[in-house]
Design a protein around this ligand. Structure first.
Ligand code: GTP
Ligand code: MG
Length: 339
């Protein structure tokens, strides 16, 4: 069984600079002089505490990055889309900062051995040390904020556990979510405006006793250059590229629809490039809105451009949805011939 678990990434919590600063500040106040403790030693303990909390936080960030990498290319690429940074590069930067904080800490501790009983110097060294240590985290705060946004986004994503992953693709509003809701027990949001679906939504088809097909609803993709893609569309693109075993490409062609057939064909070509040699099934949805002649014409046109015969369906009335279900089951069984 394949398993891509968003929850093992989003269970981590990382602090931004302000949160870390607050946390350290609050706890430093609680560190009081012990009986007979020299002032310099108290300052040293406070500095040690700061160093420990800082490195623990940096290690936590590093741990999150490792977890993201272990969950595969989908999450790695999504990280890049959110932060603009290669994750391995980011992780190596964090390792450098862990080393750097160790150096700073040992330098200041050495200074204390020279200071002796001079309280003013002890305070100065403490302030200098804490400033230098915290500035390590302050310098990466922008990236940490982006990492936090990313973690929030991942927390909205489903865990993908199944034997065969089918991803819905198409322009906004073609009816992807409605089809998912009819084929599975998933309850995706269905709306009358583009980008009703903003993230991945999973539904399941259980093929007893062989396994489980995961159907992933994804946001719509517009006919626009890849460089101009918004992050919502980008999630669909990455799901098609990295998660799909099979793509259901959905068209909707009727006179009052926002998007032309041409735009939908252009998006189909880019989806086709993304999936490599994995199967793509073409569906024309909402055929309840058109007459037979118009549908016939559209089907011929689509087949002429794609070389594939589309299946006319209506998610609204359920027309031909049994055929779609049977195709997915057949492909799944074919791919799992050892079963
Ligand atoms: N007449 C008709 N309307 C449909 C059919 N399937 C979906 N719709 C309607 O089309 C609109 C869009 O449906 P969604 O399922 O939200 O479309 P989507 O592709 O998921 O849209 P995004 O999430 O924006 O990408 C809704 O108003 C649906 O009720 C159909 O077979 N026939
Ligand atoms: Mg949708």
């Amino acid at each position: 069984m394949k398993s891509t678990t968003a929850s093992s990434i989003s269970r981590y919590y990382v602090k931004n600079y302000e949160e870390l600063y607050e946390y350290i500040n609050e706890n430093l106040k609680k560190i009081k002089a012990r009986n007979g403790e020299l002032f310099g030693d108290l300052m040293k303990r406070k500095l040690t505490y700061t160093y420990q909390v800082l490195t623990r936080e940096l290690q936590q960030v590093h741990q999150v990055l490792r977890e993201i990498c272990s969950q595969g290319d989908f999450f790695k690429e999504l990280f890049k889309a959110y932060t603009g940074e290669n994750i391995e590069y980011f992780a190596s930067g964090i390792r450098k900062r862990i080393k750097q904080s160790r150096l700073i800490y040992s330098e200041i501790i050495e200074e204390y051995s020279r200071i002796g009983h001079n309280n003013r110097e002890a305070v100065k060294a403490f302030k200098r040390g804490i400033g230098r240590l915290l500035s390590i985290y302050k310098r990466i705060n922008k990236k940490i904020i982006l990492l936090k946004e990313y973690l929030k986004e991942v927390s909205k994503m489903p865990d993908i556990r199944g034997d065969y992953v089918v991803v819905f693709a198409g322009l906004p509003q073609v009816g992807k979510s409605t089809i998912l809701s009819k084929l599975t027990s998933a309850k995706p949001e269905i709306g009358t405006y583009p980008f009703t679906t903003k993230t991945l939504i999973a539904g399941h088809l259980i093929v007893e006793p062989y396994g489980r097909i995961v159907l992933l609803d994804s946001p719509g993709i517009l006919d626009s250059p890849i460089e101009g893609k918004n992050i919502i569309e980008y999630k669909a693109i990455l799901a098609i590229k990295y998660l799909a075993d099979h793509v259901l490409y959905v068209f909707a062609v009727y006179p009052s629809f926002y998007y032309t057939l041409n735009e939908q064909l252009n998006v189909y070509y880019s989806v086709r490039k993304l999936v490599g040699d994995k199967p793509v099934t073409l569906l024309i949805n909402k055929v309840d809105l058109v007459d037979k002649a118009f549908l016939e014409e559209t089907m011929v046109e689509i087949e002429k451009h794609t070389g594939v015969k589309p299946i006319p369906i209506s998610a609204l009335t359920g027309y031909n949805l049994n055929i779609v279900r049977d195709i997915l089951i057949k492909e799944f069984m074919g791919k799992n011939q050892y079963l």
